[in-house]
Design a protein around this ligand. Sequence first.
Ligand SMILES: [Zn+2]
Length: 163
Amino acid sequence: LIEMRADDPAYPKPGSAHISAAMRGNRKRDSRPEVALRSILHGMGLRYRKNLRIRLPELSVTPDLVFRGAHVTVFVDGCYWHSCPMHGSQPRRNSAYWRAKLAGNLARDRRVNDALAKAGWTVVRVWEHVAPAVAAKTVAKAVAMSRRSGLAGPSVEPEDVVR
Ligand SMILES: [Zn+2]
């Protein structure tokens, strides 16, 4: 979800194994939980676009999955990068840098949610730690709800999967 660039001059070397592991898991596309979710959704007969760019007046955003007809966007959020309450942690080394980085991520998530909702998109955010089958159920529910209610679905926050 968050793209780290190797040429970012402020990008410090990871100070702990924990951060290294988190960074390795920080691929923008095709993270393991995302692939698992996609395959279940596909098996349920749901069709989506991957990494489709949506241009909004405030910003451009590329959700992990987009259900165009239903106007539903799905983000699989990494626990570390999006500060999951169960697994998000504040790194001790380079803490000022990382704190700012993580806070920036949260602020961006909120801006993205607001901009999408304002444009009539339903936003589903799934933590990467959520079992793919459970995540798929939530997504399927959001798509069904959104279809029933017409194009401009409400922003749903079902269960504990979504924040
Ligand atoms: Zn988590």
